[in-house]
Design a binder for this molecule. Structure first.
Ligand code: KG4
Ligand code: ZN
Length: 359
C-alpha cells in the first residue's frame, strides 16, 4: 500500500485530536481542547480531560471525515496513541480506536505519542524530507524530552527528559505565581515582551558541572519554579518595595530566559556530542517566541539546521499519530493486535505497541 489513508486518534492529554492523512499528505487535523475546563484549576485535571475526550470524540471524528472528504469505509487503517500520557485520557482514545477498527474490520496501529510528535514534521507542507539522524526536542505541558532519532519507524533513543515538571507545566505554574491566567505559556510570553531577560539571574536546572556528569541531557524545572516563588516572596517582604507592584515583566522575561537557555543549551550539546547537525522541535511550548528565536540563532552559530513544523502540528494532534502509522504501513509493518492498553509511561523506544507477529 503506497499511500495509505489513515485516521489517527490522540487523547493523551487535554486535546482530542482526530487527524486524517493519505501517506504523507495531511487531509484534516481536528482538535477539540478541554483547556478552558482546566483553567480554574491552573493545570490539566485528568478526570476532566477523560470525560471531555468521551464527549468530543464522535463529533471530532465526523468533522475530520467531512473535512477530508472521505468516509470510514475508505480508511485503510486506524491509528491511536497508546502512551505516554494521562492513563484515563489515553484509555478513552484506545477504547474508541479498538471499537472503530473492529467494527470496520480495519487494521489498527497503536503508537507512541512522542514519536508521533516527530512524525508531525512529515506533514509540513513543501518541506524537504526529514533527514536522519536528527536530534529532537519535544516540549509541552506534559513532556520535555530530548531524543536521538536514527529512523522514525525503527530507531528512536531517549537521551534525556525532565526529572520533575515539564517545561510547559513550569510556565503554567510560574504564571499562577504571578497571578496570570492558565495556560501560562502565552501569558508569560506576552508579559515578557516589556521585560529585561537579564533583570534576575534565575537558576538553570541540572547545568552545573556536577549535574552534567549524570544528567547531561536531563531537565529539571521545579527548582526554577521555587526560585521564582522565593524571589517574589522576597520582593514583597522587602520594606523598600512597600506598595510597589511585582515587576511581572522582568520576572517573566528572566524566567523565560532561564527555561529557554537550558532547553537550547542541552539540545545543542546533544547535537555537538553526537555529531548530528540537525535539530527538530515539537510540542506546544515551541509557540514561545523567545525559544524559537534563541534556538534558531544559537543553532545557526553552531552549524545546526533547525526544523519547526507549523504550530498546529506541534501541539498535540491526531494527524501526527496517523502520519506515524502511515510511515509504519509504508515500511511494511503489520498492525497491532488488540492485546494492548493505555500505557502512561510507554518508553519512546516502543514506537508501535503489540505489533502482530507474522504467521
Ligand atoms: O503541546 P501542548 O498543546 O499540549 C499539552 O501539553 O497539553 O502544550 C501546552 C503547553 C502548556 O503548558 C502551555 O502553557 C505551553 O504549552 N505553551 C507555551 C506557549 N504556548 C503554549 N509555553 C511557553 N510559551 C508559549 N508561547
Ligand atoms: Zn505531546
Amino acid at each position: 500500500m503506497s499511500e495509505p489513508l489513515v485516521l489517527g486518534i490522540e487523547t493523551s492529554c487535554d486535546e482530542t485530536g482526530i487527524g486524517i492523512v493519505r501517506g504523507r499528505t495531511l487531509l484534516s487535523n481536528t482538535i477539540a481542547s478541554s483547556m478552558d475546563e482546566h483553567a480554574r484549576f491552573g493545570g490539566v485535571v485528568p478526570e476532566v480531560a477523560a470525560r471531555a475526550h468521551l464527549e468530543a470524540l464522535q463529533p471530532s471524528i465526523d468533522a475530520a471525515l467531512a473535512e477530508a472528504g472521505v468516509t470510514l469505509d475508505d480508511l485503510d487503517a486506524v491509528a491511536v496513541t497508546s502512551g505516554p500520557g494521562l492513563a484515563g485520557a489515553l484509555m478513552v482514545g484506545v477504547g474508541a480506536a479498538k471499537g472503530l477498527a473492529v467494527s470496520l474490520d480495519k487494521p489498527l496501529y497503536a503508537v507512541n505519542h512522542l514519536v508521533g510528535h516527530i512524525a508531525a514534521d512529515i506533514l509540513t507542507p513543501d518541506s524537504e524530507p526529514l533527514e536522519y539522524p536528527t536530534i529532537a526536542l519535544l516540549v509541552s505541558g506534559g513532556h520535555t524530552s530530548l531524543l536521538h532519532v536514527r529512523d522514525l519507524t525503527t530507531d528512536v533513543e531517549l537521551l534525556g527528559e525532565t526529572m520533575d515538571d515539564a517545561a510547559g507545566e513550569a510556565f503554567d505554574k510560574v504564571a499562577r505565581l504571578l497571578s496570570l491566567p492558565y495556560p501560562g505559556g502565552p501569558e508569560i510570553d506576552r508579559a515578557a515582551l516589556d521585560g529585561d531577560p537579564d533583570a534576575i539571574r534565575f537558576p538553570r536546572g541540572l547545568s552545573r558541572a556536577s549535574d552534567l556528569a549524570k544528567h547531561r541531557y536531563d531537565f529539571s524545572f521545579s527548582g526554577l519554579k521555587t526560585a521564582v516563588a522565593r524571589w517574589v516572596e522576597g520582593f514583597e517582604a522587602d520594606e523598600a518595595n512597600r506598595g510597589a507592584a511585582i515587576p511581572v515583566a522582568d520576572v517573566a522575561a528572566s524566567f523565560r530566559e532561564a527555561v529557554v537557555d537550558v532547553l537550547v543549551t542541552k539540545a545543542l550539546a546533544a547535537c555537538a556530542d553526537l555529531g548530528v547537525p540537525r535539530l527538530l522541535l515539537g510540542g506546544g511550548v515551541i509557540a514561545n517566541r523567545r525559544l524559537r528565536e534563541v534556538a534558531l540563532a544559537r543553532a545557526e552559530a553552531a552549524g545546526v539546521t533547525v526544523r519547526i513544523p507549523p504550530l498546529s502540528l506541534c501541539t498535540d494532534n491526531g494527524a501526527m499519530i496517523a502520519a506515524l502509522a502511515a510511515e509504519l504501513i509504508s515500511s511494511g509493518r503489520g498492525p497491532s493486535t488488540l492485546a494492548f492498553g493505555a500505557d502512561s509511561t510507554l518508553p519512546v523506544t516502543e514506537i508501535q505497541v503489540a505489533e502482530a507477529v507474522p504467521a
